[in-house]
Ligand binder design. Structure first.
Ligand SMILES: O=C(CO)COP(=O)(O)O
Length: 126
C-alpha cells in the first residue's frame, strides 16, 4: 500500500543492529509509509527488509541529517525515528542537534530510542 505519509529512519553506528531488527519486526507497518533514511542506515534496512522501498540520502556525517531536516522543514517528513548513540562523540554532532531541533520546531513525532520507537509503531500498526 502506498501512502503519502513519510517516516525518516536513522541510526547511529552502535544502534544499527537495533534499527535493522526494528525494521524487520515492524516491516508490515513500515510498508504503509514512504521511508527515507540516511545512507548507511538505509542500506542496513534494505538488507534486512529487501521488499521495503527506502530512499537513501547522504550518510549522516556527509549531510544526511541536514537533508532530513530540510525535508521536515518543507513538510515532507511526518515522523522521525532516530536511534541515537549517547555514548560516542561524533564529528557531526551539530547536525544531529539541528535535526532534533527542526523535528521539535515542526512538532513531528520523534523517537530517539527503541522504547519510544516501539510505542510509535504500536500506535500506527493496523
Ligand atoms: O550519522 C548518522 C546520523 O547522525 C546516520 O548516518 P548513516 O545512516 O549514514 O550512518
Amino acid at each position: 500500500m502506498t501512502s503519502s505519509r513519510c517516516i525518516a529512519l536513522i541510526a547511529h553506528d552502535q544502534k544499527k543492529d537495533d534499527m535493522a531488527d526494528f525494521a524487520a519486526r515492524h516491516q508490515s507497518t513500515l510498508a504503509n509509509w514512504r521511508i527515507v533514511a540516511t545512507g548507511t542506515t538505509g542500506g542496513r534496512i534494505k538488507a534486512a527488509c529487501p521488499e521495503l522501498e527506502v530512499t537513501r540520502l547522504k550518510s549522516g556525517p556527509l549531510g544526511g541529517d541536514q537533508q532530513i531536516g530540510a525535508l521536515i522543514a518543507t513538510g515532507e517528513v511526518d515522523m522521525l525515528i532516530f536511534l541515537v548513540d549517547p555514548l560516542t562523540s561524533m564529528p557531526h554532532d551539530v547536525d544531529v542537534k539541528a535535526l532534533m531541533r527542526l523535528a521539535t520546531v515542526y512538532d513531528i513525532p520523534m523517537a530517539l530510542n527503541r522504547a519510544t520507537a516501539e510505542i510509535l509503531m504500536t500506535m500506527h500498526a493496523h
